[in-house]
Design a binder for this molecule. Structure first.
Ligand SMILES: [Zn+2]
Ligand SMILES: [Zn+2]
Length: 126
């Protein structure tokens, strides 16, 4: 008899922990007692993978126009963080800073207006 009972070894299902008997040569190949357990396990490990993706770090640029330093944040903070440091955050709250931003916005607006006029002229020429 090539395969007697003593030829089998016992392993634990990686998902439910149930003991399963396998031939020694299948050791390492068989990890689950059933397909259901295998899929449950794979599904969970996928979820973990996705969750750890969310822990990835992102590089943002400080919104402080005087700073513009890049800084690293975790995914969950991406939408909340705008400044690289508290200092930049406080600077952004000062009147002086707001005035400067407005000034720059005005300049940009004017530049955009000029661009728009130019492109309008172009269109008219066509
Ligand atoms: Zn199982
Ligand atoms: Zn900054």
């Amino acid at each position: 008899m090539p395969f007697e009972k003593k030829d089998k070894i016992e392993i634990c299902c990686k998902w439910c922990g149930k003991t399963i008997e396998v031939r020694p040569w299948r050791k390492g190949k068989v990890k689950f007692c059933s397909k259901k357990c295998k899929y449950s396990y794979l599904k969970k490990s996928m979820l973990i993978k996705n969750a750890s993706k969310k822990k990835l770090r992102y590089r943002l640029i400080c919104k402080n126009i005087y700073c513009r330093k890049s800084f690293i944040v975790v995914f969950s903070k991406v939408k909340k963080r705008k400044y690289c440091s508290r200092k930049c955050y406080y600077i952004s709250k000062t009147q002086e800073y707001k005035k400067e931003v407005l000034k720059r916005m005005e300049v940009k607006k004017k530049q955009d207006e000029v661009k728009n006029i130019l492109s309008l002229n172009k269109r008219d020429n066509n």
